[in-house]
Design a binder for this molecule. Structure first.
Ligand code: HEM
Length: 217
């Protein structure tokens, strides 16, 4: 995951460092001058967030260098705020159609919401909840990687199935990446974090009451 995230970040950003709209990988709206600018302002900090995110999940680094975790976390947050504001404009001006606009609008809302919850929980010292919200948030950031993987797969399928249009591939890739990146972390959060917690609580209740179905008053 880390390698693919860093690879996509390193691959995506350079085309938008030149300031040349002709190098954009998606069609730029010729009637709206700020469209290209919004893609550039979005792509650069979004790539930085994608690149930095994996560092935050390396436990020894987090434990040994908490100061570094805080600094990288702040850069990650600022990058997402900047990328989100620009993505809102890119969503409004995109030429890729209403289904894509709806998908990106939902992704933007979920990206900001999970980030805000991640920030609020750590300010309150709720470390475990911070961890859960940041897993959700980075999974949504990772949608950029999953989207590009689906695009690659879709383009490869165009050869044997030439009736599939690029619009079909793009729209289904956007939606598939959003759904997958929203659902997969829930599996890990429930299985790895909440299930052991529920089991521990259940064992404590059983030990205290002698009955598995009685709550301790
Ligand atoms: C997860 C939240 C994200 C949202 C809501 C979002 C939204 C958008 C939108 C609306 C566009 C314009 C698409 C179009 O017109 O069809 C776009 C393009 C782009 N985004 Fe994001 N994006 C997100 C994450 C990322 C990340 C993490 C990266 C890092 C690589 C990234 C890099 C790009 C690039 C490079 C483009 C230009 C198209 C291309 O060259 O592939 N985005 N994004």
């Amino acid at each position: 995951m880390t390698i693919s995230a860093m690879g996509v970040a390193a691959f995506s950003a350079p085309a938008y460092l030149t300031g040349d709209a002709a190098q954009s990988r998606i069609p730029v709206n010729p009637d709206v001058a700020p469209h290209y600018l919004s893609i550039v302002i979005h792509a650069l900090p979004a790539s930085l967030a994608l690149f930095l995110g994996p560092l935050q999940f390396i436990t020894p680094l987090r434990v040994k260098r908490p100061g570094l975790h805080r600094i990288v976390g702040r850069i990650y947050m600022i990058s997402i705020v900047a990328a989100t504001i620009a993505a809102t404009f890119a969503t409004i001006f995109t030429l890729d159609g209403v289904p894509v606009q709806v998908g990106f609008a939902l992704l933007i809302a979920a990206w900001v919401y999970t980030l805000a919850r991640g920030y609020r929980t750590i300010r309150r010292g709720e470390v475990q909840l911070h961890r859960i919200w940041m897993i959700r948030n980075y999974s949504l950031t990772f949608a950029a990687v999953v989207l590009r993987a689906f695009l690659g797969l879709g383009l490869a399928l165009q050869e044997p199935y030439p009736w599939i249009t690029f619009a079909d591939i793009y729209t289904s890739s956007v939606w598939a990446s959003i759904v997958i990146c929203a659902v997969i972390p829930e599996y890990f959060i429930i299985q790895r974090m909440l299930t052991p917690l529920a089991r521990r609580q259940q064992r404590r209740q059983t030990a205290a009451t002698g009955r598995p179905d009685r709550a301790v008053a």
